[in-house]
Write a protein that binds this ligand. Structure first.
Ligand code: FAD
Length: 469
């Protein structure tokens, strides 16, 4: 990118919002995905929609790329710069603009940190359920772009279940407003649902209208230890088939439990092969009744210890420990590759066996944890990117895991998105016709392919013909 374009960018955004020193570029050359890194040409913190629109128009004229970024906690490489790109950071857009207690909605800017919205809603007995493990850092904009899930997904769903409306600047500079406070809206194509999960490839999200729900008043948190991994998986299947829907049913294997215990020191069992962290919530005595039924199912499936959190502090400590699983595993080896294979819940026991098989077959170490109730596993490879052979083995192990997940009717990502890290697997789940349609949609909105190109898929010459290039 030449200095004349850089000067134009500085003029649009103002010099206080424009950075291109080597140090600044280095800080934005990666996200939380290991191994991928690319230096951008510049980093911009836009202040308003008009600036974003002008930068989009300049990118189309001068043919450079724009990579949207929230907090950079993504695990599929969505916010990693591409060649000849400017990173557009949205963290300063961090205002909760309105909480409407009549309609139970929140209007927020995309840079609002997820946990901040949750705290504000809970102050007035409302609830914003999506709770990614990264919720103290990640942004609502990043959550919408990746359709983030979290620990409470089993009962409450994922980000898309809470998005009512979106405003965003399209790649050619127009402002799109879609959705609103109506709980029902059947007018035209559902653009809102289409934008959720589009990973920063269709526009820069500038406002989000979210649904809030009443805060559950009661909850019980349970912890169960298992000597056999397969028993924990059977207990999960037993709870699901008992027609009780806990709000949380999280699984951690022995390696993960030991790393977490080294990190948080709360007395987790080091010798158990697996633990389940389960929470039921709701109103009144039904919560206690459900907890008792779950305890019986855990006992029938050979849980060696079943504990009930004594108070809110103990419950919070257990959930914080679970949320620290990734950080705790990351202390073990220099490189931590956390993946996101997801299978129908009934196939979880088989999938856990397949990860163990991959670990032995390719001689790599995995910690395993995840949202068991959703069938969403996070096999996490503890490795070292300086060791080429070991990294090659890790990649072969993940190929094996994704292929097995697909054979079981599963998918390559439950919540982290496709980004750069998994685009080579997308065709296996979306099919060639599915990918072709996605590319055509992308090019009809972004004909010069300037917004986060090469994420999710690469544009083929056939698609470029479609866009008239
Ligand atoms: C410790 C840890 C735990 C995690 N736990 C979970 C979990 O439980 N569940 C889960 O789903 N994920 C989890 N993640 C992954 C990650 O936190 C989520 O994907 C999150 O939604 C990313 O938000 P972000 O603000 O960091 O976005 P970024 O990483 O900055 O960006 C993510 C994607 O969103 C796009 N984007 C960001 N802002 C905008 C915008 N305003 N307009 C358009 N596009 C935009 C980017 O281009 C990119 O494609 C975890 C990550 C870590 C590091």
């Amino acid at each position: 990118m030449n200095s004349s374009i850089k000067n134009k960018l500085k003029n649009i955004a103002g010099s206080r919002n424009y950075f291109d020193s080597e140090e600044d570029k280095l800080c934005y050359s990666y996200d939380a995905t290991p191994i991928f890194r690319t230096l951008p040409e510049a980093v911009i913190f836009p202040e308003n929609e008009m600036q974003i629109s002008e930068i989009m128009k300049l990118a189309n004229e001068e043919k450079f790329n724009i990579v949207p970024r929230g907090a950079g906690t993504g695990l599929s490489g969505g916010a990693i710069p591409v060649e000849n790109s400017v990173v557009m950071v949205m963290t300063k857009w961090n205002k909760i603009l309105e909480i409407d207690t009549n309609n139970l909605t929140a209007l927020v800017q995309p840079g609002v940190v997820t946990a901040d919205l949750q705290k504000e809603a809970e102050k007035i007995d409302l609830f914003y359920p999506p709770d990614p493990g990264s919720m103290n850092v990640c942004t609502i904009g990043g959550n919408v772009a990746n359709n983030a899930g979290g620990l409470r997904g089993l009962k409450y769903g994922v980000t898309k279940n809470y998005v009512l409306g979106i405003e965003m600047v399209l790649p050619e500079g127009e402002l799109l407003k879609t959705g609103g406070k109506n709980m029902k809206d059947a007018a035209g194509y559902n653009l809102r649902d289409f934008i959720v999960g589009s990973e920063g490839t269709l526009g820069i999200i500038t406002k989000i209208l979210l649904k809030l729900i009443p805060k559950p008043l009661n909850f019980v948190t349970l912890l169960a230890y298992f000597d056999k991994l397969s028993d924990s998986a059977k207990a999960v299947a037993g709870i699901i088939s008992s027609h009780i829907v806990p709000c949380m049913m999280e699984f951690l294997d022995k390696t993960t439990v030991n790393c977490v215990e080294d990190f948080v020191h709360i007395g987790l069992p080091r010798n158990s092969e697996a633990i389940l962290l389960i929470e039921v919530d709701g109103r009144g005595s039904i919560v206690q009744e459900d907890a008792e039924t779950i305890k019986n199912i855990l006992a029938k499936n050979n849980a060696s210890v079943i504990k009930t959190a004594g108070d809110i502090t103990e419950s919070l400590n257990l959930k914080t420990a679970r949320r620290s699983a990734f950080s705790a595993l990351a202390r073990r080896r220099p490189t931590t590759i956390l993946e996101d294979a997801t299978v129908p819940r009934s196939e979880l026991p088989v999938m856990i066996e397949k990860v163990t098989e991959a670990s032995v077959k390719f001689n790599v170490t995995f910690g395993n944890f995840g949202h068991a109730g959703d069938g969403n596993l996070h096999p996490t490879c503890l490795t070292d990117e300086r060791d080429k052979k070991e990294i090659e083995n890790a990649h072969r192990a993940f190929d094996f895991i994704f292929n097995e997940a697909i054979k079981l009717g599963g998918t390559i990502t439950g919540e982290h998105g496709t980004g750069l890290a998994k685009k080579q697997f997308l065709e296996k789940v979306a099919g060639s016709a599915g990918i072709e349609i996605m590319k055509r949609i992308k090019l009809s909105i972004d004909p010069n392919n300037i917004l986060n190109p090469g994420k999710i898929f690469s544009i083929s010459p056939k698609c470029e013909e479609y866009a008239g290039k």
